[in-house]
Ligand binder design. Structure first.
Ligand code: PMT
Length: 399
């Protein structure tokens, strides 16, 4: 009964996944939560309020103008009573209304009035989820502290296969538990995470880089911070939103990364290297913009960069846990196992970056967490979820 006596308001909006919200209510109740359901008109096209009334053992609020439940009181009282406000499923329309502060029905009105943490479980067709407008709305909501669970990927009711499937009820309930009873199992630990791409300059306007967005590293940093760790991120070029509440050190090249990471490594308990540092740099960096050579070919020489993870491995202190990543396009596990040893890591996160939904610049990843004791498979999932699995394994290793 991890949620005994806790007050959860669940908003159900109009998508086929509304039927799964019934299981969310049931699981929340089994954990002892007091659940209040608010349904939109379209949600009622998919599931009857009676289902939620029966499962929650509370009246279901459906309409702002229902005279049986005076809305002036109802929407404010539920907004105030909520310890967490969950929207599952959250349609593209609902997310857009939330991003704009539109309050035109009972659910959106109550949501606008609440001061409780808000968790959304988006569910929609892949095209709608990936639409610029929806992604922009998600950015706005995330920047306001709205927490997001999913969506997962898979076979969708519309026949598409892709991202947009509502997270499973147990994942939503786990996210609620995490909000109401945050796991502080990393309290007291100092964690350093590397993220993003390094840039190797050729001249003042040109450089060599890669597609790393920083999403993976930032997700790990955010998760470690939420679990109580004191987090430092050493980041190259990134496009992902920076996590709040962590210290961020910006670097440009692999040699900058080496300096920043090795300077801080001795004081860290856990170091997780998700950055994609360039293995090579130009042997000459020009001070001025290079000019064209009247049609003649230019040969640029590359020299090898230092291996930051290997350097950290060499200076490893007792009690430290070192985690690296292996970004591969072939022979994933053989290459990852070799890097685990060569860089003196405790764990390596092997990701085949040629697989759809894995690797660079996407919100999801597919990975195998390889240690000297065995491996854990992490099928296609949000980087935020993978970050939690990586941290779970780090804590296992530290036992
Ligand atoms: O940032 P995202 O868009 O979310 O993408 C995530 C990711 C694909 C970048 C991430 O999941 C990932 O795989 N990061 C490692 C990328 C990489 O450089 O892999 P690698 O196999 O070349 O390197 C192995 C390990 O050594 C890595 O921990 C890397 O940080 C480190 N390394 C590599 C080269 C180098 N010169 N110094 C290093 O420390």
């Amino acid at each position: 009964m991890t949620l005994k006596g806790r007050e959860v308001v669940l908003g159900v909006t109009g998508g086929i996944a509304a039927y799964k919200a019934a299981e969310v209510v049931s699981r929340l109740r089994k954990q002892g939560a007091n659940v209040h359901v608010i349904m939109t008109k379209s949600a009622m096209e998919f599931v009857q309020p009676l289902t939620f009334e029966t499962l929650s053992n509370n009246p279901v609020v459906t309409d702002t103008f229902d005279r049986r439940a005076p809305w002036e009181v109802e929407h404010i009282s539920l907004a105030q009573r909520a310890e967490v406000f969950v929207i599952a499923p959250a349609t593209a329309n609902m997310l857009a209304k939330m991003a704009c502060g539109i309050a035109d029905d009972m659910l959106s009105t109550t949501l606008l009035a609440t001061k409780a943490p808000v968790l959304v479980a988006p569910a929609m067709n892949t095209g709608m989820w990936t639409a610029d407008a929806t992604q922009h709305n998600m950015e706005v909501l995330r920047s306001r502290g709205v927490q997001v669970v999913g969506p997962g990927a898979g076979f969708l009711a519309c026949g598409d296969v892709g991202s947009g499937r509502m997270s499973e009820p147990q994942e939503i309930v786990a996210a609620v538990e995490n909000i109401l009873n945050p796991k502080l199992d990393m309290a007291g630990l100092k964690v350093m995470v590397t993220a993003g791409a390094t840039r190797e300059r050729l001249d003042p306007v040109r450089y060599m880089t890669n597609d790393s967005s920083g999403k993976m590293g930032f997700a790990i940093a955010e998760a470690a911070k939420n679990r109580g760790a004191q987090v430092t991120v050493v980041a190259g070029a990134t496009t992902a939103k920076e996590p709040d509440g962590v210290s961020i050190v910006r670097i440009e090249s692999t040699r900058d990364l080496l300096a920043a990471v090795t300077a801080r490594a001795p004081e860290m308990d856990v170091i997780i290297q998700a950055a994609a540092p360039a293995d090579y740099r130009f042997s000459v960096q020009h001070d001025q913009k290079m000019k064209k050579q009247s049609g003649a070919a230019i040969v640029l020489e590359l020299v090898e960069n230092p291996d930051v993870a290997a350097a950290v491995g060499q200076m490893k202190k007792p009690g430290q846990t070192l985690v690296g990543f292996a970004a591969e396009t072939e022979n994933l596990m053989e290459n990852a196992a070799r890097k685990l040893d060569k860089k003196n890591l405790d764990m390596i996160v092997a990701n085949d970056v040629s697989r759809p939904g894995a690797g660079f610049n996407v919100d999801t990843n597919i990975a195998t967490l390889l240690t000297r004791k065995g491996s854990v498979e992490c099928p296609l999932q949000q980087k935020a979820e993978l970050a939690q699995r990586i941290l779970d394994q780090v804590l296992e290793l530290r036992k």
